[in-house]
Structures are given as structure tokens and as C-alpha cells.
Design a protein around this ligand. Sequence first.
Ligand code: TTP
Ligand code: MG
Length: 356
Amino acid sequence: MGSRIILHVDMDSFFASVEVRDRPDLRGKPVVIGADPKGGKGRGVVSTASYEARAFGIHSAMPISTAYRLCPDAVFLPPDFSKYVPTSERIFAILSGYSPDVLQVSIDEAYLDIVSAVDFEGATVVGRRIKDEILMKERLTCSVGIGPSRIVAKIASDFRKPDGLTVVRPKDVEGFLGPLPVEKIPGIGRKTAATLHALGIRLVGDLAAVDVQELSAHFGKWGLVMHELALGRDAYEFRSGKASRSIGRETTFEQDTGDPPVVLEKLDRVSEQVHRALVREDLTFRTLTVKIRFEGFETRTRSRTLERRARDLETISGLARDLLSGHLSGRKIRLIGVRLSGLEEGGEKQKTLAEF
Ligand code: TTP
Ligand code: MG
């Protein structure tokens, strides 16, 4: 057959599903996981929500308060990594039984090179077995996508969630991707999508058909990458759609505060979180951006780019404190965030997910 066969696995509403598994009384209920939920009255954001909660319009990254407004009867729980990390490790142990080449890209997601399968029929059988074994051993469902490239496999796993299995053969790639909205391509967020829409490009098929010169005029190299992805080709060894271009975390204060020790303490914790994500994905960074939102929602960002790439916590915390210090004038702050960009593969693989 000659073509590569890639299988992408992504757990369904991962944190919420683990909570429901461990507390059968939650089964069938809308469950929302998010930092500091305070029964729905907290100021954090939603990490994830069960599919029952999603029916109310609740989704990741939405403020807890909005989720509460949409569904006051939902069960609100804080994330408990002491459950998710060991579960994730056991799932990756299962996956490693199916391929010598498993690329883990987040706590609940991986690409497998299905070298053992001779064709897509064989790969489909492997996909079913993986789903069965994870369900039997972990009592959790996942969605699987199979395709001739990572990008196709990834979009396929998302196609019929939850508990899906979608197989896209090489001859079907164009027909599968073409009618999807451009936002389905990992990395195309609201901003890129808005620019594409303004150019009359709404569907992946439109993007695939457009002249690359035009794309590169608007987006530079990212335009060429997008075009390749729209054709179902892996433009580069991207690690995960979400993580490949930057890693960011932010946190909202329970009450707006202008107290420097309180702000700096929180900033250090956010720095630790981005550092852990960086190490987990085996990346280094060049640019750090601090985001500050003052009371009343006025938002500022400040960035600095290093001459040499780094990955250590001291550099991250130091830079973040430096960039923030100019804004500690007593004015009350609502939210702070740290983002790392200019990411590249790190080299020394540190596989300790336990550090999550
Ligand atoms: P995802 O796989 O993106 O989401 P999910 O597994 O909850 O739901 P889906 O069925 O759509 O795959 O992320 C995996 C976990 O990562 C998720 O359970 C919680 C965490 N997460 C956050 O904490 N914040 C976020 O913004 C996102 C997207 C995920
Ligand atoms: Mg998932």
C-alpha cells in the first residue's frame, strides 16, 4: 500500500470522565471541572466538561461563572491531577503495546505509527482493539482517528466524539477535509480564522484551493504550513495543534489585588505551570510574554526575547517577574498570565508526566 498509517487517540472529556468513573453517582449528570469552582461561584475557568454539560453550551476555557449561568445544576469540581496523571500513564502503557512509535502530545492524546498493519482494514482492527482495551481496563472511552498523516488522523479523531472511530483512506482525504470549517485545523484559532474569512476562505477545501502566494503574503510561513495541512499533509513535525505554537497559562485572582507579594506569588505559580508544560513536551523557548489584566478589564502584554533558548524555571520566573514589575504600581490586577513562544524541540527527553 506504501502509505503511512497514523492513528490518533484522544480521550473523551478526559478529566470529567475520570471523575465520573470514580464517582458513579455523577454518571449522566453535567459535570464541570475547573480551578477553584466554589460550587460554580468561583472566578476560575473551565478545564473541561462532561458531554452532558456541553449540551448546555459549556466548554473548556470558559469562565466558571458563565458555566454556572448556563447550568446552575451542574456539579462543579476542582481538577485532581493525582487521579488524572496515573490514569494517563496507564493509558499510554496500553498504547505502547500497539506500536513501538507512540508520540504523546498531551495528557490525553497520542499519535501511533501503525507499522504492523498492512492496510487501513488492519489499522481499523487495531483501532477497535485499542478502544476495547482502554474501556475494559480503565472504564473510559476515547475517540480514534486513522489516516495517512498526523493531521488527517487528528482531525478524524475529533470527527465523531465521544467514543468515535473514523478512518480516512488516502483516496478519501480530499472529500473528508474539504467540507470542514477551517477552524478544524489545529492552530487555526479565532484570529487566523477571521483573517481567512475576510479573504473568503471558510472551508478547508477553500484553503486547499487558494494560491499559496496569497496565503504567504498574508501569513508568511504560517500560510504555507496552513496550506499543506489543508491538503492533509504534515507540514512539519508538529507536536500538538494546541501546544506547537505557544504554551500559556493564566489565572484570575479571587479578588482584584494590587498587593505586590500576592501578585508575585501567583505569578510564580503560573511560571511553574508553563515550565512544567514546556518540560513535558520536551521543548525550549525564546520569547516570554506576560499578560496583565487590570480591574475594569484593561489588558496589557509585555514580551522579551532571549538571545539563547532556555527551558529552566529560574529563567522563566525571573523574566516574568521582571516584565511584571513595571506594572506593580498599586493599581488593582484581575488576571495574570505567562506565555512561552518561539518553541523548539528540546533534545533531552524528560518523560516524567508525574511532573504535570
Ligand atoms: P482535550 O482532549 O482538549 O479535551 P477533553 O478530553 O476534556 O474533551 P474531548 O472529548 O473534546 O477530547 O483536553 C484534555 C484535558 O486537558 C481535559 O480533560 C482537561 C485539560 N484541559 C484544560 O485543563 N484546559 C483546556 O483549555 C483544555 C482544552 C483541556
Ligand atoms: Mg480529549
